[in-house]
Design a protein. Structure first.
Length: 340
């Protein structure tokens, strides 16, 4: 199980402070053996490609997983970003292809495309992008994109070809991921809800994202969890508003799960931070062994990639890594602690 982390959202920082914050976080993770970092995007966040470049400048081999929204740039522009960063740094990156977004973002961009059609559009976009990165002269006539004899410069070395990820839980997303040979990322349910379906049918490569709060004992972990994520009425209201204005399948499913569970909890699986609009993924809370057992069950179900939520501190990262590594997540050989 490949292990990545998540970049903090830029909106939580004052101008100038984010550069040090994201760079330091990347260094903690690379030194600890985490492979890379998800850098997501929406209309309120700074450009993820700029964040990716900052991360590359402050690490040795850390892999930025950049969210790519077709509405923000053409396939050629995205391919140029990848090849230009490879040309400058000789580094590999990965791409998280995003079909939709917040409804308000799509409205601001004048996009009224239906949910499933957005994945059809994303497939065309990604096929052009991949062909350009392979060094092909691309002629393509689809429903959403048309190009003629399009080529990429600078060329991308074949060994730096990015891995492709898609985010979503719908049948349309699963079909798009299968067409593209991509890893599909989702925000998962408790493992006992999924185990009756195992092996997961026709999924190919699948990944999941969650946060971890782990300690020597379950009581210690839950004490820390409740201190970090107390009840927030305004947050709960914001979550309800967001839920009412999205057509995201995963958001609807996980929000319903949070409502159905007593105290938003099912064993170590905890949705209270999501219900209070503090994060957008589940948390696993418990002793190192309890969290490891959940990770192992997801791994047995066929999940190949794990993306951890933003760690609160370097010490908290170490607590999380101890648990997920016990469960089978892959930690790379640690990097030296010094960076130029």
């Amino acid at each position: 199980m490949k292990l990545l982390t998540t970049a903090p959202p830029s909106v939580r920082y004052a101008p100038g402070a984010y550069l040090d914050a994201v760079g330091t976080l990347a260094q903690w993770n690379e030194t600890a053996g985490v492979e890379g970092m998800l850098i997501y995007t929406d209309n309120s966040l700074m450009d993820p490609w700029t964040v990716a470049q900052a991360v590359m400048e402050r690490t040795h081999r850390f892999v930025p997983l950049v969210a790519v929204q077709p509405l923000y740039m053409s396939p050629l522009a995205a391919a140029r970003k990848v090849s230009s960063l490879a040309f400058l740094y000789g580094r590999k990156m990965a791409l998280n292809m995003v079909a939709g977004g917040f409804v308000r973002d799509l409205e601001q961009l004048g996009d009224a495309t239906e949910h499933d059609a957005r994945y059809d559009r994303l497939v065309e976009y990604t096929q052009i992008l991949q062909a350009l990165l392979r060094g092909e002269s691309v002629t393509f006539s689809g429903t959403y994109y048309q190009v003629t004899n399009l080529t990429l410069s600078p060329e991308l070395p074949p060994e730096l070809m990015p891995e492709i990820y898609l985010s979503g839980a719908s049948e349309a997303c699963a079909a798009a991921a299968a067409t593209l040979g991509a890893t599909r990322l989702s925000y998962t349910k408790p493992p006992h809800d999924l185990e009756p379906l195992a092996p997961l049918p026709g999924e190919g490569q699948i990944g999941l994202r969650f946060g971890v709060i782990a300690r020597e004992t379950s009581d210690e972990a839950w004490q820390e969890a409740r201190l970090r994520f107390p009840a927030d009425r305004r947050g709960q209201f914001a979550h309800k508003m967001a839920r009412g204005t999205t057509d995201s399948i995963w958001h609807q499913e996980i929000s319903q799960k949070a409502d159905d569970l007593h105290e938003a909890r099912d064993g170590a699986y905890w949705l209270f931070p999501l219900r209070n609009y503090k994060t957008f993924c589940p948390y696993l809370v418990g002793s190192y062994g309890e969290v490891a057992a959940y990770v192992g069950r997801y791994r047995a179900l066929g999940y190949t990639t794990l993306i951890l939520d933003v760690p609160e501190s370097e010490a908290e990262l170490q607590h999380s890594l101890r648990a997920v590594q016990l469960g089978g997540a892959q930690v790379l050989r640690p990097e030296p602690a010094s960076f130029s």
